[in-house]
Design a protein around this ligand. Structure first.
Ligand SMILES: C[S@@+](CC[C@H](N)C(=O)[O-])C[C@H]1O[C@@H](n2cnc3c(N)ncnc32)[C@H](O)[C@@H]1O
Length: 210
């Protein structure tokens, strides 16, 4: 285990799923009170609110749920049941301690999600489609587990969106696989953030499965 506390710069520099597993195993215990509090991390709240405002309902899968910050906001809105999926057992353990998730599904999203197709009426994701993490190719695995009509609210770091071709992927999906695509932008961090990424933006991809 490294002696340096994980941070956003390290997370954005990750290359492989194994890198992610290792970093988040170290970060899990400090993520909420350290990173999220210090950086005034707002993206889980924006993502959950956008989902609810779009009429999203449970059962919901929280993709790359981490310690459950997005699920906590959804739960506060009365949305459920909620399941969490993530590559990191340690992050999922923190999420389950919040007592808001029905189930924790440990999975590398690049390899698919081990649940039956059409399982969910909603899919949310906050902070997982970003530098060093996941690209647009994973969106198809999310569609598989969603029911027709399911509401999606997927945050995508704005620089990563351009760099990895999310625009092309989403517009292609809009030709028959998804409907009502909207891409509002939000600030990832709040006014108290001070780090080098304090002004970073994200899109929230809102759409329904056809
Ligand atoms: C920045 S955290 C976001 C966590 C939470 N959603 C939030 O907004 O606080 C990114 C999460 O993506 C997960 N992740 C990274 N690569 C993954 C993969 N290949 N499959 C599943 N989860 C992955 C990490 O373990 C981590 O919990």
């Amino acid at each position: 285990m490294s002696t340096k506390t994980p941070d956003l710069t390290a997370a954005y520099g990750l290359k492989t799923p194994d890198d992610n597993r290792k970093l988040y195993a170290e970060w899990a215990g400090d993520y909420d009170d350290g990173f999220a509090a210090r950086e005034d991390y707002q993206l889980p709240m924006h993502t959950a609110r956008a989902f609810v405002a779009a009429g999203g309902q449970g059962p919901v899968l929280d993709v790359g749920a981490g310690t459950g910050l997005c699920g906590a906001v959804l739960s506060g809105f009365g949305v459920g049941p909620l399941d969490a999926t993530d590559i990191s057992a340690e992050m999922l353990a923190q999420a389950m301690r919040k007592d808001i998730y029905r189930d924790a599904i440990e999975a590398d999203l690049n390899l698919g999600i081990p649940v039956p197709r059409d399982s969910y009426s909603g899919v949310v994701s906050s902070g997982t489609f970003t530098h060093g993490h996941l690209g647009p190719e994973v969106l198809h695995a999310l569609l598989r587990v969603a029911r027709p009509g399911a509401q999606f609210a997927i945050s995508i770091n704005a620089a990563h969106f351009v760099e990895k071709g999310f625009d092309f992927a989403l517009r292609r999906m809009a030709q028959g696989q998804i409907e009502n695509l909207k891409l509002p932008q939000v600030r990832i961090y709040g006014d108290l953030a001070a780090g080098p990424h304090k002004d970073d933006m994200a899109y929230i991809a809102l759409f329904e499965k056809s």
